[in-house]
Write a protein of this length. Structure first.
Lengths: 273, 168
């Protein structure tokens, strides 16, 4: 399936990775099985290498998965807030717990600005944690194990905190690029590089962790021993527990670092930090 | 960015994911965060106002209670004063009545004594008159029987002696 070689050399590095089967692969396997047992049906499966809008279905899979995650999030939000009540029940209570928890989590570093930045950072957290955990569902993949997905969140974070810094402090925002002043010529390039590395480190950290996690899971599933050649022993369960932990931690780290960058950008520092 | 190419970076997919993220951000902001934060804030305000109203009512009750207590104390003091005055008045009145009664009793006694004295005098006068009448009667009888002089003098002495013994 995924390990098959195919013509597009540019994406080869990303495509030849070992993966658990996605919903399309399962569908194709089912079609194959049907064709095997009922040869006169002539069913055709989904061609994973057919081009849709310039990409193969295989390359579209993470995007489709993140769309599903987004739909789950939006669907839950609509369901939870369709009728707001004074005394929260069910989904609304859960939504309030989540939002309030995020608020408290962010207010440690953002203080009085929390309410303003909560939607952006909260969306980041919910989106990332759900995408990370999505890969643990059967037939689903974590969209975050593709660099495109993680960078598509790290770049908005980069733009967002720089924009907010300029909005709050004006031109004084650029002052921190030249500190300490007596070493400005040396420090300026360092600061710029440091600034530019932030989105890359954010995205690559998340991408690398999730890739490793999914790869380990796929490997362990492949190595599953069978007792009497019949009963499978789920040795990857340990890794699933670890993956639950790592997924959460990575989502927290991504959000926390974004929050820290933002709070550093907008803080009114009178006393040197 | 060239560094990331081997990791599978593709700008078209990146852009699509970015658009998806922005749409998700917009929708979650609209449907989740704004609404829930609004709700939490509204509830907080309601609780605060309810709490404040409660506090105010408690303070009012406390003020009322204090006022009533003060009034009660005043009333008690007044009642005490009234009772005191009444007791004093009653005592004075009682004293007066006793005094008056005593005086009256003394008067009555005096009057009684005076009356008794008068009665006594009257009786003595009457008895004297009776004795005189009797003696006159005796004298007339003696005369009627024509007793001798000596006999008559003795009788008169006797009568006078009786009268004299009666005087005491």
């Amino acid at each position: 399936m995924a390990a098959e070689a195919h013509g597009q050399a540019a994406q080869a590095g990303a495509e030849q990775r070992l993966e658990l089967p996605s919903i399309f692969d399962i569908y194709n396997s089912a079609i194959d099985a049907l064709n095997y047992y009922f040869p006169n049906l002539h069913l055709s499966g989904i061609d994973m290498h057919k081009q849709y809008f310039g990409f193969t279905l295989h390359e579209w899979t993470p995007t489709i998965m993140s769309c599903l995650v987004g739909c789950v999030l939006v669907g839950f939000s609509l369901y939870a807030t369709r009728r707001m009540e004074k005394v929260p029940r069910g989904a609304q209570a859960f939504a309030e717990i989540v939002v309030e928890g995020l608020y408290n989590f962010l207010s440690d570093s953002l203080g009085k600005h929390t309410a303003r930045y909560l939607p952006f950072l909260g969306t980041l957290f919910l989106y990332i944690i759900l995408m990370n955990l999505w890969g643990l569902l059967p037939m689903m993949h974590s969209p975050t194990n593709k660099i495109n997905t993680t960078l598509s969140m790290a770049l908005p974070v980069f733009v967002f905190y720089n924009y907010e810094g300029i909005r709050m402090k004006g031109l004084k925002y650029f002052k921190h690029f030249f500190e300490p002043l007596f070493m400005a010529p040396i420090m300026f390039p360092l600061h710029v590089i440091g600034e530019l590395v932030r989105p890359v480190s954010l995205s690559v950290r998340l991408f690398g962790n999730l890739t490793g996690e999914d790869l380990t899971l796929a490997l362990l599933v492949m190595l599953t021993p069978f007792v009497f050649n019949f009963i499978p022993v789920p040795i990857h369960l340990v890794m699933v527990l670890m993956a639950l932990l790592f997924s959460t931690i990575q989502a927290v780290i991504f959000t926390l670092l974004s929050t820290v960058y933002l709070s550093l950008a907008i803080e009114e520092h009178e006393e040197g930090h | 960015m060239e560094l990331l190419k081997p990791l599978g970076l593709n700008f078209k997919l990146l852009f699509i994911q970015f658009v998806g993220f922005m749409i998700l951000f917009w929708m979650l902001k609209k449907f989740l965060f704004t609404r829930v934060l609004d709700m939490i804030q509204r509830r907080g305000e309601e609780i605060r106002s309810a709490y404040e109203a409660n506090e105010k009512a408690k303070q009012e009750a406390e003020a009322l209670r204090r006022g009533y207590e003060q009034k009660l104390q005043e009333a008690r003091a007044e009642a005490d004063a009234i009772l005191q005055t009444a007791r004093q008045t009653a005592e004075k009145l009682g004293q007066e009545i006793i005094e008056k009664t005593r005086q009256e009793a003394a008067q009555i006694r005096e009057r009684g004594l005076a009356e008794i004295e008068q009665e006594k005098k009257k009786v003595i006068t009457e008895i004297r008159r009776d004795v005189v009448n009797l003696s006159v009667d005796i004298a007339r009888r003696i005369i009627d029987k024509a007793v001798d002089q000596r006999e008559a003098e003795r009788l008169a002495d006797e009568v006078i002696g009786a009268i004299g013994s009666m005087r005491t």
